[in-house]
Design a protein. Structure first.
Ligand SMILES: *[C@@H]1O[C@H](CO)[C@@H](O)[C@H](O)[C@H]1NC(C)=O
Ligand SMILES: *[C@@H]1O[C@H](CO)[C@@H](O)[C@H](O)[C@H]1NC(C)=O
Ligand SMILES: *[C@@H]1O[C@H](CO)[C@@H](O)[C@H](O)[C@H]1NC(C)=O
Ligand SMILES: *[C@@H]1O[C@H](CO)[C@@H](O)[C@H](O)[C@H]1NC(C)=O
Length: 382
């Protein structure tokens, strides 16, 4: 029952008035933020086509684009499916162009490797962080700069009123950064409220700039990802879920993040009743694929399609795309995980379909109507 609740609330519109169907009109632009789960090519522009930019080379992109685009998947991301649903082109990476024509339908500010937290926090702790990937507040800064330019040509209010904002998953890189510096997870947990605060602060900034519709994504169940399963591999069988093979305690960590995020979004919704805030849940649909793969045409749940071998076909080196890595013999569309952390085109598509049951396209795919699926629950995991 609890799980069903979770799924049906995949996209929970956080409003004060329950059981109301809210028409939010036609979206003319999408502005998106996030990390490698949402990046459509910014990392590639920042770092260049160097060996560490594995997403710049095949097999990344092979299933859908048939060439690498800088997306960390074999194909489309959740953001791409959302754009398709709305009836807009794929959201162009902010660093990929300069003209207002290029940004006609919006811009994607997400950068692979970006953290939610301001890097000053890592610097103070002496924890190494990839500074070039930046953090969420920088992406919001970029948006402000672009908005200034867009407002010269269009009515600013019109731009904001008719834009769909997507704050993709944020936080995994923060936790990865701490983890890479050998900070124990018991301590990393103490930073979750700070991460949520950084996400909430970005959401508030966007609302103050006039955003009217914002979807904010939670984290995936990290304990089911081949990367975490490899890095945190243990002989203690009791740490594993016997049915799914996932690491229970890491999934509880993910749920903790998602619960705090949900609560915070709920509070923001109370502060701004005229703004539609949507909690976009990755966790529930991801777990649904893990638990019932065949229902979705999937075969492999916790082994990645592309990677460096081992029980989960994941290694830090060689990573997917690097020399010595191997690609699954079956179709990537039978896998949840593409490269150990990022999802396949097929998995994103399944997640997007679950989104679609809550967000319906109207008027020849130009309008998005958001239906409230039920009473917002503060207690999504109980
Ligand atoms: C990056 O370089 C590789 C090797 O030269 C090439 O195959 C790939 O297409 C390039 N990627 C992009 C996005 O241009
Ligand atoms: C955008 O403009 C800057 C400054 O003129 C230039 O350096 C940069 O290459 C341009 N970027 C793209 C993607 O056109
Ligand atoms: C990051 O934190 C530093 C130190 O507190 C601050 O000076 C800087 O303005 C912050 N950057 C952003 C973009 O918020
Ligand atoms: C195993 O995972 C399933 C699906 O997430 C969950 O319902 C169940 O409670 C888990 N079992 C344990 C022992 O945590």
């Amino acid at each position: 029952m609890a799980y069903f609740w979770h799924l049906t609330l995949f996209l929970t519109v956080l409003l004060n008035t329950p059981h109301v169907s809210v028409s939010v009109g036609c979206y003319t632009r999408i502005f998106s933020f996030g990390d490698s789960l949402t990046d459509t090519g910014n990392y590639l522009r920042i770092f260049g086509n160097v060996s560490r930019s594995t997403a710049a080379r095949l097999p990344y992109g092979e299933s859908y684009f048939h060439h690498p685009t800088g997306r960390w998947s074999d194909g489309r991301l959740l953001l791409d499916f959302i754009a398709e649903d709305i009836g807009l082109p794929f959201v162009p990476p902010y660093l990929g162009g300069n003209s207002t024509g290029y940004f006609r339908h919006g811009a994607n500010f997400a950068v692979g490797g970006a953290t939610a937290l301001n890097h000053s926090i890592f610097h103070e702790m002496g924890v190494p962080v990839e500074t070039r990937a930046g953090f969420l507040a920088i992406q919001v800064q970029w948006f402000k700069e672009l908005l200034t330019v867009l407002c010269l040509e269009s009515d600013c209010r019109e731009v904001m009123d008719n834009a769909f904002f997507f704050v993709g998953e944020m936080g995994i890189n923060d936790y990865n950064t701490f983890n890479a510096a050998a900070v124990p997870f018991a301590e990393i947990k103490d930073y979750v409220p700070g991460v949520i605060n950084a996400i909430a602060s970005a959401v508030r900034d966007l609302i103050e700039l006039g955003a009217k519709t914002i979807a904010v994504a939670g984290v995936i169940p990290l304990g089911c990802t081949p990367s975490y399963l490899t890095i945190l591999q243990t002989e203690k069988v009791e740490e594993y879920n016997l049915t799914t093979g996932c690491l229970n305690w890491i999934n509880e960590f993910s749920q903790y993040h998602d619960q705090l995020l949900f609560d915070e979004l709920d509070r923001i919704g109370d502060t701004y009743p005229d703004v539609t805030i949507i909690y976009a849940d990755y966790y529930g649909p991801y777990m649904n694929m893990i638990q019932s793969p065949r229902q979705h045409g999937l075969k492999e749940t916790i082994v990645s399609c592309c990677g460096g071998g081992g029980p989960y076909n994941f290694a830090l080196s060689p990573s997917c795309g690097a020399e010595g890595s191997s690609l699954c013999k079956e179709l990537p569309s039978q896998y949840v995980s593409w490269d150990g952390l990022h999802l396949t085109d097929a998995a994103h598509k399944i997640i997007a379909q679950l989104v679609h049951s809550k967000l319906s396209c109207k008027l020849n795919h130009k309008c998005y109507e958001i239906y409230q699926g039920g009473q917002p629950s503060k207690d999504i995991y109980s």
